[in-house]
Design a protein around this ligand. Structure first.
Ligand SMILES: [Fe+2]
Length: 457
């Protein structure tokens, strides 16, 4: 309950007006003064109801889905059975409980130091109709479990669609708050910008914490796809204990449809989903000129038809624009190489994580600089991408509370609180982005902006 008197409110309002009016039109950056606790919260204990293992023998668990092709008519269903492979079937159909069709996927386990996983299943359902609800069931007998998903609308001009945006989630009590807030939103699928479980913060990267994380997200991820990006906490590189293959737990547990976008790596890929093409990049894979990721990105950008998918969205983990003190300038190598293409191909918005805070830029580019001309300052220009840092999912490392000062001209709004974003694409010219902090109800937007389409406006 607020105890602020009317005179105090008037002073706050006056301060806010003075703060806004003192900035130039292109540098009206706001550093939020919102006060919240800064201490990191703890991970949910392994026996917490949101993450504990099922008690029934071989019950399917850790269920999650991902788009399974480029167009949006296939779905990858993934789950784990702990005790034996089972029949590996996914029954599915448009009527709940009345299944005439099934697919059988692959099942395998992997080991990581002294940990051996359960049987990880991946099955692809293809040939689905657009914009249709499908029910699916996995497991048999008394451990059969049912879920559903809705396929995206067919890609064309003026299709509306709502994406959620989450990053650096982890599995703390704050992570749970972020997830529960998101699940009260109208988001139809999640753009996830990397750093999933933070299992690598445990001794020997205790992979049981990959299991608990996958159970935590199941109430959302079994019903709508989480479009995944790999972050540094997915590297799981532990050579001193014989684990020398980067991304081993991540790539075994989470499958992406990379081949359908002609990618050679599950770490970078693209999909069409409703009115948007989503391009997912890997901050921790080679991206220099002539590398596989570099060559693939150019081909993926050329493939986009803005008459079919008017919106072009890029996901990565390390932000190219970030005025927080944490990870400041870490994205510069990729910016130097890739920003020119993001500007040239009129990318609308770039989402990144890594920094445990929220920041939204004005549309900005810095592609004029050629090392001798001195024009090294980013230019705010309406035709350039908007960059949004949203690594504020709530993980065990806590918030990135220190900002660089003065606030850069390109920075429109920044605040160190946990939360999530919603990108509501309304037609081929406009989308509405809102950021929701966990201290507020889901209906409250702590920051909002209309994003105009860079190709169509
Ligand atoms: Fe990170």
């Amino acid at each position: 309950m607020s105890t602020m008197g009317s005179s105090s409110r008037a002073i706050v309002c006056l301060c806010a007006i003075l703060m806004l009016s003192s900035a130039s039109p292109n540098s009206a950056g706001i550093t939020s003064r919102y006060v919240r606790k800064l201490a990191a919260s703890e991970d949910l204990p392994e026996d917490n109801a949101h993450v504990k293992a099922p008690e029934e023998y071989n019950a399917p668990q850790q269920v999650h889905i991902h788009q399974g092709d480029y167009e949006g008519t296939a779905v990858i269903v993934s789950w784990v059975t702990q005790d034996e492979p089972g029949d590996g079937k996914v029954l599915y159909g448009q009527a709940q409980g009345n299944y005439t069709t099934f697919v059988i996927g692959e099942a395998y386990s992997y080991s990581f130091y002294n940990y051996t996983s359960g049987f990880i299943h991946h099955a692809v359902i293809s040939g689905l109709q657009f914009d249709t609800r499908y029910f699916y069931a996995i497991g048999s007998g008394n451990v059969s479990r049912e879920f559903w998903f809705i396929t995206p609308p067919e890609s064309k001009l003026d299709t509306s669609y709502t994406f959620g945006v989450i990053g650096d989630l982890g599995q703390t009590f704050d992570s749970l708050s972020t997830l529960e807030h998101y699940m009260n939103s109208s988001g139809q699928s999640v753009l996830f910008v990397g750093d999933l479980s933070y299992a690598d913060t445990y001794p020997f990267h205790n992979n049981i914490r990959w299991d608990t994380w996958s159970r935590l997200i199941e109430p959302s991820a079994a019903f709508q796809p989480w479009i995944l990006t790999a972050g540094n906490h997915e590297l799981d590189f532990l050579p001193e204990f014989g684990e020398t293959i980067p991304f081993k737990p991540y790539t075994h547990r989470f499958h992406t449809p990379f081949r359908s976008s002609n990618s050679t790596s599950p770490l970078w890929y693209s999909i069409k989903r409703g009115p948007a093409t989503i391009i997912v990049l890997s901050s921790y894979s080679a991206f220099g000129k002539y590398t596989p990721q570099y060559k693939w990105l150019l081909a993926a950008l050329r493939r986009v038809d803005r008459n079919v998918t008017p919106w072009l969205i890029v996901l990565m983990h390390t932000p190219l624009y970030n005025s927080n003190s944490d990870h400041y300038y870490e994205g510069e190598p990729m910016r130097v190489i890739f920003e020119q293409f993001l500007v040239e191909y009129k990318v609308d918005v770039v989402f990144a994580g890594h920094v445990h805070a929220y920041e939204r830029t004005h549309p900005v580019s810095n592609v004029q600089y050629d090392i001798v001309n001195g024009q090294c300052n980013p230019l705010v220009a309406e035709s350039s991408p908007v960059y949004i840092v949203i690594g504020d999912g709530g993980n065990i490392e806590g918030l990135s509370a220190e900002s660089t000062r003065p606030q850069a001209d390109y920075s429109a709004f920044r605040e160190a609180s946990f939360g999530h974003g919603i990108l509501d694409i309304q037609n081929h010219t406009h989308a509405f982005f809102t950021w929701h902090r966990n201290q507020d109800g889901e209906k409250v937007a702590a920051d909002s902006a209309i994003i105009s389409n860079k190709f169509w406006s």
